[in-house]
Structures are given as C-alpha cells and as structure tokens.
Design a protein around this ligand. Structure first.
Ligand code: 5RP
Length: 265
C-alpha cells in the first residue's frame, strides 16, 4: 500500500486496530434531523471522543473549525431525499479534487444493493475507488438500506459488504445484525457498524456494539444513538470504552451512568 493511503487509513483506524467514527451526514437526504439542526453545536462536545467525522462538505465548511477538528470522512454521494421518489437514486456529489482541497482522510459513498439503482450505485463506487486510489484516498462504502430497515440481516448485509469490498472499498460501513460474524468473515476489509434509528435503551446499544466487536467489526460509524441521546457525551464516552478499552456492556453502562451525572454530558 502506498504511503499516502496507509497514512490516511492510520488517521482513521487507531493503533489498536479499532475506530469510532461519528457520522453527522444525515442532513444530506433528510434535512435538519432532530438534534442535528445545528451540527456545529452537536459535534463540538463529542469531537474529543471521536476518531473521525463522517460529514458533507457543506456542513464541514460551515460548521466545523478547521483548526480544531478530527480526521474527516467526506460524504460524497447524494442527490435524492426522503421526500423524493427513490432514496437509492444517488450520484456522486463532490469531486476528488474538492476532497483533496478539504484535506480529508477518506471519502464515503452509499451503495444500494438489490434496488432499481443497484448498478448505478455500484459503478459510482467503482469509479470513486479508481479516483481515490489515484490520489491515495481511501473509500468507505456504506451499505445503505434506505427505508427498508428489515434488510438488516446477515444474508443481505454480508452480500452487500462483500460486493463493496470486491469493488475496492478500503472500509465498509454496514449495520449490526444477528450472526454478525457472517458479515465480517465474508468481508476482506475492515467493517464498521452504523446504529440506525435510536433504540429504546442505552444498554441495547452497548450490547449490539460489543457483540459486533466480538464478531469481527473494527468499530462503529454511529450517529443517532449518540447525539439523539439526552446525554450524548456520556454515550460516546461509554462507546469509546467498548471500542478502545474492551469494556463489556455492563461496564459501559456504568461509565454512561457516572458520566451522565457529570457536568457537560
Ligand atoms: C446516513 C449514514 C449515516 O452515516 C449512518 O447511517 C450512521 O448513522 P446512524 O448510526 O445514525 O444510523 O450513512 O446515510
């Protein structure tokens, strides 16, 4: 692997081989998502605990201080919305030139396997990988499910993740699911887990993240279950302990409970 590519991946994946990416890109298709209305304010207290931000260029430029930030994974796909005809109908929204100008560590793109736009999204990924490899910029592929949340099972996610890796993604973002080892074992590049819509309790989040880590994920790209929580800083501290300090769900819950009672949580 060339130096630039290796260096960028090392900015994202920490020396322990694990990673906590904080996604705040949701507005690119769903507008001012709850608790992300002012992304700069949401991100600021969480930033010290994140290894990287997953973000669009518009929010990066408008809301993130370039002197006080973390490595950036730039969301470069889009073009459809929750009120439009089909969320899967995405294109590439941001050029590699712009990614370089913004000094990003990686770019991220969604693929929509099994939809009417499967081919377009996979060819978009392949093209982005070609460009990224030219400049040493890793591509993170997002195995998107759109509104079809029931697609989050091992058979589908293993298929989509493997296809993303085959097309050259350096990292794959997918969802946690039962039998997650089938996803991670079938994917020859590092896999991170998204959270999806907020779940009922903090413990459920700690349990699925822990389970996924035991079964081969290298970490998370987890948004709403952090910043839509009433205690987002406590939440990210607890998740960081699972990802980087091997905390169990019970230990993470103790960290959450202690942190939520402290100032600025
Ligand atoms: C939105 C995304 C998000 O980055 C991803 O879904 C992770 O966020 P969350 O944990 O809130 O699901 O790709 O398209």
């Amino acid at each position: 692997m060339e130096w630039g590519m290796a260096n960028r991946l090392a900015q994202l994946i920490q020396p322990d081989g694990h990673a906590l990416f904080l996604p705040v890109d949701h507005g690119y298709f769903q507008g001012p998502t709850r608790k992300l209305e002012e992304p700069g304010k949401t991100v600021k207290p969480l930033l010290p605990y994140a290894d990287a931000l997953f973000i669009t260029r518009g929010v990066l430029r408008s809301s993130i201080d370039p002197a006080k930030t973390k490595p950036v994974i730039l969301r470069v796909s889009g073009g459809s919305s929750v009120v439009g005809k089909d969320l899967a109908n995405e294109g590439i929204t941001t050029s590699m030139e712009e990614a370089i100008r913004l000094n990003v560590s990686a770019v991220g793109i969604s693929i929509f396997v099994g939809t009417d736009y499967e081919k377009e999204s996979l060819l978009n990924l392949a093209k982005l990988v070609d460009e990224g490899e030219r400049y040493g910029i890793p591509v993170m592929a997002v195995t998107a499910v759109g509104r079809e949340l029931e697609k989050r099972d091992a058979r589908y996610l293993a298929l989509a993740s493997r296809i993303a890796a085959e097309l050259g993604a350096r990292v794959v973002k997918t969802y946690w699911c039962e039998n997650f080892e089938k996803v991670s074992q079938g994917c020859p590049v590092p896999v991170v887990m998204a959270g999806g819509p907020r779940v009922d309790t903090e413990l459920e989040v700690f349990e699925f993240v822990y389970d996924g880590m035991q079964k081969g994920a290298i970490g998370v790209n987890l948004g709403r279950n952090i910043w839509q929580n009433d205690f987002p800083v406590a939440m990210i501290k607890a998740l960081r302990a699972i990802i980087h300090q091997k905390a169990t769900p019970k230990e993470a819950h103790e960290i959450f409970s202690n942190a939520k009672n402290s100032k600025g949580s």
